[in-house]
Design a protein around this ligand. Sequence first.
Ligand SMILES: [Zn+2]
Length: 388
Amino acid sequence: MSTERLYYVNSHLHEFSANVVSCEPSPKHEGQYQVILDKTAFFPEGGGQLADTGTIGASRVTDVHEKNGIIVHYVNLPLEPGLEYRCSLDWEQRWRRMQNHSGEHIFSGLVHRNFGFENVGFHMGPAFMTLDFSGELREEDICFLEKSANEKVRDNIPVKAFFPTAQEQETLSYRSKKEILSDLRLVEIPGVDLCACCAPHVSSTGEVGIVKVLDHMRHRGGTRLSLICGMDAFENFREMQNSATGVSRLLSAKREEIVHAVSRLLSEKETAKEKHSKLAMEYVRLRAESIPENEGNIILFENTLDEPAQRELVNLLSAKCKGFAAVFCGEDGATYRYIFGSEHTDLRALAPLINEKVSGKGSGKSSMISGRALADRSVIVKALEDLI
Ligand SMILES: [Zn+2]
């Protein structure tokens, strides 16, 4: 005998009493029990909506599945068959899922009515929903759809669910992801959507609160959207507001002007970077001039140079010595970025030996090699002093 589904009669029912028909240890999960009730408001996973959680008596419901019309509750403590228990859903979670799911029906129904595209993918993630549509929606289409969806929320249209007769199934035009459905259940939002769905929904569109598109992108010839509704949308707004306020305070700019302020900051950063590069090159030129010509190797440690300046310094120094010029940038305990240059020695052939001595990794051409060294400064100096 199939379980009586209370969530079909009243999707807002979250406290109820039911009799335990059976309770058996779960064959798959140790310490878990499979409980069947005579009736339940716990929704098993389906239609993209996750299974409810909650309690039956003192036992915690962690998952709910349906098998051949029987709804099985997975719980952590055994329950006594024949006894009646007080049951409670994690209502806040279920409520948010219904808000999101019904909001998705509104949005997908409007996409179908206005553009004829099908919803070909639906995932309810922990942070937002992901919806895939079979055709491309432009930015202005999405703005229109988002506004229309919220107008439908404002209109507070009753959401109806029913099991159509065989004749109705043939005559009604409804959205569906599957071709053949036994026990077909339709969720109707008059003037907005008619869709096959087994999940509990809000009673009227007003309960959705708000429908908000977070992001959209082209996907497999169609459109992928991130959508969020109700309390989840409210919390998302609060998080974004906090971020915007944080940026606004950091930049001492009004919140509505933060984009302009960030763009000015980036432009200032670019100018500073250019100035810094020029100064670094000037420093490199003076530094190279300060080093006398040398018959052997030149080894320098420079902590503040970026790679182009380091390379330039190596170029200038390798013209001043008969061995190699090596410049290391970094510090002990981390890694050193090294560049070696030489006009007289084949550095590519020498690279394996250099890497071995400085615990490094790197390669290049015969006149210049670069890489990273793990060894400390004192070890590097000692290892390289007598290399050539
Ligand atoms: Zn649905």
